[in-house]
Design a protein around this ligand. Structure first.
Ligand code: T46
Length: 144
């Protein structure tokens, strides 16, 4: 398992072609999305006040695009936290492996598309923050 890289998590611009008919955004694998895409899923109809996430992934990398509405994403490792506000389909958020994420403040009309580097695997999830901290400590010690 590679160590966390909170600083690698970042907003990435999604190329968009606009003309009088509207807008078209596109994403090329390994060019605009920094990994090979194995799966996509989407979130919608999230009730007011609900939050999602609350876990980290051992290996999975993801790219979030808010297609409609808005959303706040809090990312943290065992040392620091970064918060991103997503509210436009011209910007996506890359989330590296071994990053704890909380998704909150979903607007009522929110639709969020997620591109993922691997197929769904429940064993890839770390759902307890203390377990996450232990794994981070181990990874740091291994690095020396
Ligand atoms: C993440 C955040 C942003 C599947 O069967 N296949 C899938 O591809 C996914 C993503 C989920 N599921 C099932 C597993 C659960 O029974 O759907 C149910 C809800 O999943 P979960 O509670 O993990 O949903 P979120 O929104 O808390 O987390 C999801 C992703 O699981 C996670 O990887 O980073 O969105």
């Amino acid at each position: 398992m590679r160590p966390s890289n909170l600083r690698a998590c970042r907003l990435l611009e999604i190329p968009t072609v606009s003309d009088p008919r509207g807008n078209l955004g596109f994403l090329n694998e390994l060019e605009h999305v920094p990994f090979s895409i194995a799966r996509s899923y989407f979130l919608w109809g999230v009730p007011d006040g609900a939050s999602r996430g609350g876990h980290a992934h051992k290996n999975l990398q993801q790219f979030l695009i808010v297609l409609n509405g808005s959303l706040e994403v809090a990312l943290r490792d065992d040392r620091e936290e970064m918060t991103f506000s997503l509210n436009h389909p011209t910007t996506g958020l890359f989330i590296d492996r071994m990053i704890w994420r909380d998704l909150r403040a979903f607007s009522g009309n929110n639709v969020t598309l997620v591109l993922a580097s691997e197929l769904y695997n429940p064993d890839d999830y770390i759902r307890d923050f203390h377990d996450y901290e232990d794994l981070m400590r181990l990874a740091t010690n291994h690095k020396g």
